[in-house]
Design a protein around this ligand. Structure first.
Ligand code: GCB
Length: 612
């Protein structure tokens, strides 16, 4: 109990010490973009942060000014005799957002610290707060405005913001410096080894947002699982200390109400409407919702749907629903860079549409916000995940706090997205008491923050020693809503011709998703189906897997591994892999492999004849 309390306190501390609690729906707020050219200095020894005794300059306090030595000061030699050993103005530039590995050839393999700097003009507005927002920085960001530290954020795939009002200069001339560190660490989330590229940098958009002192901080609208005519809603207003009126409207429903918050700016309410058009992938109906408090006005487009389970099935709006899925990394096969833009997201959904899919597993970390936003609009269901991958330090309370924070941040960002139906808390983690306790703690975080979605994790399969049956009996299965597992029969062992004869023993009567299956092929390499790495080999693996996959009990769908080839340092085989994981059904350069068409035909047949 004591330990739990300690962990909870750590988590709260992580929250309050690091980024200012997030503003919800930054996406739809008027913002000044700080994307574009930033100067950068590569700093493998952290020379700009520590002195020669390894004492961090930004912990020295006002009386021990590091002078021109600390990079976050953005110093320049003031006269011809002054020694200053860096100069951002003269340093090279890089376009933000980006991953430095794919922006700068010389940084392809680099893992460590890079400092980024840019100037910006911003005139303070009377009775307003200014927030500095980052869509994501991989992995650890120390942010300084005009030479002063505004905060730290840890975790490479979730948004954060700082209230920088009090750091801004009266003359409107400002600079921001970010120390970005993507060194892999054993205690981090993810930990030392993964099967994807450790893309360092300011990898998502940077924005400045002015909001009136009294502003909408957060809100949530969700359909009541128990009454599909009823919406449950909550609002949080910042900057008030008395009951405050918020105007809320959904014009298409001709619904408008003034809601009064309590003295802390919080209100919860419900409304009913028999004519509510529910959101589905086939008809992704979104309602415009508007919120207004004082001078602050914010809009969103929200879909209403329920997602539940019953008797081993997934129910969307109360009816059984089959998922036709594919796993996706946040990487572009054309160039192997990180995806970050609306255009990138539209490309992924176009491919998913060509595949006749209705479900994407966003592996293995939260993807950028364009993905859930467009999924809402275009009609795709999403599985979102945090990078609790393989072997995390299960007994380290800081690691747990870190994972909880990343989970909380993605839930916070996407809680109003109808497309998001599953929170996955882990991938292929080895069964032990400590690990199950860790993951169970994560599910508690989810249930506290969001009781309107399903929980899962990609688990592993074992083989029964005598019968040879494939067994899924992970004790974590007790805790989740959906049993998901990765299996690679025909690739990491097993003869694909035997796939249809496998006996599946799943301990839990819950819906099942096969969260990964597949094999590698080099796009354009043709041979017979026995020849590994050929498109024919991969196509045959897909064909045989699809012939036998319906033998899996309670199968609600699957997400083969993976839509596109992606970069990975674990894949050095020359002339075939060349540092790419080749399990994509779309190859490097965007070329569809044969397996793509096998899966798309299979999904088309399922769509045309769901009972097939
Ligand atoms: C897995 C992992 C995934 C890897 C994949 C592979 O089981 O979950 O991250 O990329 O296998 O290609 O081996």
């Amino acid at each position: 109990m004591k330990k739990l309390f300690f962990i909870f306190t750590l988590w709260l501390m992580a929250y309050s010490l690091h980024a200012t609690p997030l503003l919800h729906n930054v996406f739809n707020r008027q913002a000044v973009s700080l994307n574009g050219k930033w100067h950068y200095i590569v700093d493998p020894y952290e020379n700009g942060y520590y002195n020669y005794r390894r004492s961090a300059y930004d912990t020295w306090g006002p009386n021990l000014n590091p002078g021109v030595t600390a990079y976050f000061q953005n110093a320049k030699a003031r006269d011809k005799s002054e020694r200053c050993e860096y100069n951002f103005e003269k340093a090279e530039t890089m376009t933000i957002p980006s991953s430095w590995s794919t922006q700068e050839e010389k940084l392809f393999w680099y893992e460590g610290v890079v400092w980024f700097q840019r100037n910006f003009k911003h005139v303070k507005k009377e009775a307003h707060r200014t927030y500095l927002y980052f869509g994501a920085v991989n992995y650890e960001a120390h942010v300084y405005v005009n030479g002063k530290k505004v905060g730290i954020h840890i975790g490479g795939f979730t948004p954060f913001n700082f209230d920088i009002t009090d750091f801004l200069n009266e003359n409107g001339e400002n600079f921001v410096i970010v120390k970005v560190d993507n060194s892999r660490k054993a205690e981090a989330v993810p930990t030392l080894s993964t099967d994807w590229w450790n893309h360092g940098g300011i990898t998502r958009e940077v924005k400045l947002i002015d909001v009136p002192e009294v502003h909408i901080k957060d809100y949530r609208f969700k359909l009541d699982n128990k009454d599909l005519n009823q919406v449950l809603a909550e609002i949080k207003v910042n900057g008030v200390n008395k009951a405050t009126a918020v105007e809320v409207a959904i014009p298409a429903l001709k619904w408008k109400e003034t809601i009064n918050t309590n003295a802390e700016g919080f209100a919860s309410f419900t409304f009913k409407n028999k004519k509510l058009k529910l959101w589905t992938p086939e008809e992704p109906h979104l309602y415009e919702v508007s919120l207004k408090v004082g001078q602050d006005q914010l809009r969103d487009k929200i879909g209403f749907r329920s997602i539940t389970t019953r008797d081993g099935q997934i129910l969307l709006n109360g009816s059984p629903y089959q998922l036709k899925g594919i796993s996706v990394h946040e990487e572009n096969p054309i160039g192997g860079r990180r995806n970050y833009s609306e255009t990138d997201a539209r490309q992924i959904f176009q491919w998913a549409k060509d595949l006749n899919a209705n479900f994407l597993r966003l592996a293995h970390y939260p993807h950028n916000e364009y993905m859930p936003r467009l999924a809402d609009e275009l009609g795709f269901l999403l599985w979102e995940e945090i990078p609790v991958y393989w072997t995390i330090q299960w007994e380290n309370p800081e690691t747990l706090a870190n994972a909880q924070q990343q989970l909380s941040e993605v839930i916070f960002r996407d809680k109003n997205r109808a497309s998001v139906i599953i929170w996955s808390v882990a991938n292929e983690t080895p069964v032990s008491d400590e690990r199950t306790k860790f993951l169970t703690n994560l599910t508690k975080t989810v249930r506290t923050l969001d009781d309107s979605r399903l929980i899962s994790a990609a688990m592993e399969v074992s083989q029964h020693h005598s019968s040879g049956a494939k067994v899924i009996d992970d004790p974590f299965g007790e805790v989740v809503d959906i049993i998901s597992f990765n299996q690679y029969h025909g690739w990491y062992g097993g003869d694909i011709d035997d796939f249809k004869d496998i006996k599946w023993q799943i301990k839990y009567n819950k819906p099942v998703i096969v969260s990964e299956w597949g094999g590698g092929a080099l796009a354009g390499y043709h041979a017979d189906a026995e020849t590994i790495w050929s498109e024919e080999f991969q196509a045959n693996l897909y064909k045989k897997t699809l012939e036998g996959i319906d033998n899996i009990p309670n199968l609600a769908g699957f997400t083969p591994w993976v839509l596109c080839d992606f970069r990975s340092p674990r894949r050095p085989l020359a002339d075939i892999q060349d540092m790419w994981n080749r399990k994509g059904i779309i190859g490097e350069g965007g070329l569809k492999k044969q397996a793509f068409y096998i899966l798309s035909n299979y999904y088309k047949a399922k769509t045309d004849n769901p009972s097939q």
